[in-house]
Design a protein around this ligand. Sequence first.
Ligand code: SF4
Length: 180
Amino acid sequence: MERALGAAGICLECAARAPTCCRLSGKGGGQCFPLSLPERERIERILKQGDFWKSEKNSEAFLSAMSGLFPAGRSLMEKRWPSGQKHDRLRTHEDGACVLLTPAGCILPAEARPHHCRIYPFWVYNGQITYFKDQQCLAASSCRSLADLLRMFSLGKKEIFELYRRICLDWGLDGEILSR
Ligand code: SF4
């Protein structure tokens, strides 16, 4: 049943539990999305410090997580993030929580957050808007359909496509993903 809390309320309620989208549930950072340079610089300007990110090896877990996100698949991901090299990501505490997560939610204003934080729990696959059916996401598990979830977040399809386009641009995947 869709809650009356709206997205802000439900995200706070979800953040009080663990894990959430701001807290890695498994081992290591393979599941953590990359942080692009423009995103990093934007956050640095706001926080006036740079201790919120780290570089991490393009591990098997990372490449396999990235390949699952795009129909273009593994070879493109290996071209973009060659194994043995590194990518940047948000730094996390030992319990997996993002260092920018506070008891009151994310420390950043919504428009300054990385695009992958802003698009979650939505995604675009094969040109269609979809969402992560994550049982730990209170919003996704409370809604019966994509339309319900879009309503809860007060988001239109145009905004989701735009966030996805920016993710592809920032991650350097625009030429091969957005042209498909
Ligand atoms: S930057 Fe903010 S929204 Fe993104 S994972 Fe960290 S706390 Fe969550």
